[in-house]
Design a protein around this ligand. Structure first.
Ligand code: UDP
Ligand code: MG
Length: 333
């Protein structure tokens, strides 16, 4: 959190918006008008609007360039093809992180589902010292299918993942510059940004809002993209599925032991009863199957470690350095 006393009082603080765009030609003008109107309330701040065109197939790019001709605060990035929402946002964040050109960054959708007015409220919380303000949906106007799959996904993520990811939270959020700098150090390809931001730490708080309906056009998140997004969330932040293999193996091996005890018991103490032929086969099958699964789980555990190392994430993020000879200062980039 920048401290107003340590910088020139006349220096204006800069806020960058990162705005992913995929086939939003009919939303751009309306969205930008609403955003300009909302941000006009904060004439004490400088704004940059970084629109990232994620390989749109419609006239979005032309609309964005028209916008830039009218409003010099607009920056336009255009990806060479559709890389998906998470990477589009990453490209925008990287641009801001590279030259540390903003004191805070706000990420929001450009279909008017995230209300621009709420993003301005986020600034108040940031000025009170909160590093990450995430928009939490009090209500959402999505289809029953979207809501129920989202619920299931967050339930599974909550049980499996190693970090706590708040529920009903999308990528609509404000991040202080130092959080943006930390996020930029996460270079994994299968990105799950809200998990990365949660993983980074610092002071994070929710701001409740009502999510509106998409203004025009249709969702850029069909089932296929939703599934790969969900996989990135669970696999990116958990190796629990690998560990489950061993647990299943142990369970099946135990079954075989129980069966073996039963067979032995009948053989030794009930000579009048004969053991059915499948019992021996069953013992062998369960035992072998179980042992195999346990072994696969062991391999899974090593694979999990290899995976974690391959992600090559930062080991930690510093929030403060207090050292002899220098006053304590928040880490700045
Ligand atoms: N988006 C993107 N690339 C994509 C899909 C979506 O940049 O491949 C953008 C889209 O323009 C919007 C935001 O990401 O600003 C959220 O997408 P969308 O509204 O389609 O998702 P939903 O709100 O239905 O989950
Ligand atoms: Mg949307």
């Amino acid at each position: 959190m920048p401290d107003p006393t340590d910088s020139d009082v006349t220096e204006r603080r800069r806020i960058a918006y990162v705005l992913p765009v995929y086939n939003e030609q009919d939303n751009i003008a309306v969205f930008h008008a609403a955003l300009s109107e909302a941000t006009d309330a904060r004439s004490d701040l400088d704004f940059e609007f970084v629109y990232v065109n994620d390989g749109s197939r419609d006239d979005s790019l032309e609309r964005l360039l028209e916008l830039r001709a009218k409003d010099p605060r607009v920056t336009v990035l255009s990806l060479s093809r559709n890389f998906g929402h998470q990477l589009a946002v990453t490209a925008g964040l990287d641009l801001v992180a590279e030259d540390a050109s903003a004191d805070a960054v706000i990420v929001m959708d450009t279909d008017l589902q995230d209300p621009p007015k709420v993003s301005v409220q986020m600034l108040d919380l940031w000025e009170d010292g909160v590093d990450v303000v995430y928009g939490q949906r009090r209500s959402r106007k999505d289809t029953v299918f979207k809501r129920s799959t989202a619920y299931l996904f967050y339930w599974a993520l909550d049980r499996l993942a190693s970090i706590e990811i708040p529920r009903n939270v999308g990528d609509f959020r404000l991040m202080d510059a130092r959080v943006v700098a930390e996020v930029a150090r996460y270079r994994e390809h299968g990105r799950f940004l809200r998990g990365i931001v949660a993983d980074v730490g610092f002071r994070q708080e929710a701001l409740l809002f009502d999510r509106d309906e998409r203004f025009a056009g249709e969702t850029g998140y069909p089932l296929r993209k939703m599934l790969s997004f969900a996989a990135n969330g669970i696999l990116g932040f958990s190796t629990a599925p690998l560990r489950m293999i061993s647990r299943l193996g142990i369970f099946i091996s135990l079954l075989s032991v129980l069966l073996a005890i039963y067979v032995l018991f009948v053989r030794l103490f009930r000579p009048d009863q004969s053991v059915p032929g499948w019992a021996f086969l069953g013992v062998g099958m369960f035992l072998l199957g179980g042992i195999q699964l346990i072994m696969m789980g062991v391999i899974g555990m090593y694979l999990g470690r290899v995976y974690i190392e391959a992600q090559d994430r930062p080991l930690y993020s510093l929030a403060l350095v207090a050292r002899d000879g220098a006053p304590p200062h928040p880490r700045r980039h």
